[in-house]
Structures are given as structure tokens and as C-alpha cells.
Design a protein around this ligand. Structure first.
Ligand code: DQA
Length: 140
């Protein structure tokens, strides 16, 4: 099973962001935890701060059984990424470290809600673990 874990803006600086919200972890910790926890999954990890680059990665990826995306702030307004995902037949899962539905009002808008089959949020690294488990169940 091939899963692409894609990170959007500022997730490369996770350890510098508010630790009371994001837990003070690095994105490398997230990626390493997934590799260690799911040795039967073939992961590709990618982070970019550039929206067009994210769209091109999504467009050009043809071997993903699933995409697990934490689009950071793009989650709340990046319709072009939503449209790129709409063309995909892969399983699409949206993840967030924090509970986006109990923070500022702008974070309650989730532009992926109609293209993703599931969202895991508010459980820090466990949101990602649950997302991979969901993909494994869904893809058999
Ligand atoms: C986030 C939540 C977003 O609102 C925020 O912009 C992020 C991280 C999360 O993982 O909780 O960058 O996606």
C-alpha cells in the first residue's frame, strides 16, 4: 500500500509553533512515527509552503492508494487544492494536530470536507495514526 503524507505551510516549523496547541513536536517525529508504526506501508512524505507546488504534486502522483493531508491554513481557503484532489480516485484523508472546530472561527471552514472521506483532528500525532489505520481498513 502506497500512502502519500502531504504537509502544507508552516508544518516544517512545527516545533517552533505554539506547543500548547501543536505539542512541540517536529514533522520529522510525525513521519518517523508512521514509518516505525506501519512497516507494511510504503510512505512518501512531502512538505511545501507553495500552493502551486502542492497542486503539481497532487496532479502528478499516480501511484497513491491514499493521500493523508495536513494542509495547514490552506485547509480553510485553498479551493485550487480541493479541485486538484477532486480529480483523484485515491482515498483522501484530512488530518490535523489540533481541534480546528474549537479554535478561531476561520479554522472551522474546511474546504476538504467534500473531497475527503474522513477527517481526524485534535489528537496530535494520534490523528495521523488513526488516518493510516483508516486507510488500511478502507483499502483492505
Ligand atoms: C493545522 C490547523 C490549521 O488551522 C493550522 O493553520 C495549521 C495546522 C493542525 O494540524 O492543527 O497550520 O492544520
Amino acid at each position: 500500500m502506497t500512502i502519500y503524507v502531504l504537509h502544507g505551510p508552516n508544518l516544517n516549523m512545527l516545533e517552533k509553533r505554539d506547543a500548547s496547541i501543536y505539542g512541540g513536536i517536529t514533522q520529522e517525529t510525525i513521519f518517523n512515527t508512521l514509518v516505525t508504526s506501519f512497516q507494511d506501508v510504503d510512505f512518501t512524505f512531502y512538505q511545501t509552503n507553495h500552493e502551486g507546488e502542492m497542486i503539481e504534486i497532487i496532479q502528478q502522483t499516480n501511484d497513491a492508494d491514499a493521500f493523508i493531508l495536513n494542509l495547514g491554513a490552506w485547509t480553510h481557503y485553498a479551493y485550487a487544492i480541493r479541485d486538484a484532489l477532486e480529480m483523484k480516485s485515491s482515498v483522501i484523508v484530512d488530518v490535523h494536530l489540533s481541534n480546528i472546530y474549537e479554535r478561531e472561527s476561520f479554522r472551522r471552514v474546511n474546504i476538504l470536507d467534500q473531497v475527503s472521506s474522513q477527517t481526524f483532528y485534535g489528537e496530535n500525532i494520534q490523528s495521523y495514526i488513526k488516518a493510516v489505520e483508516y486507510c488500511k481498513t478502507k483499502l483492505g
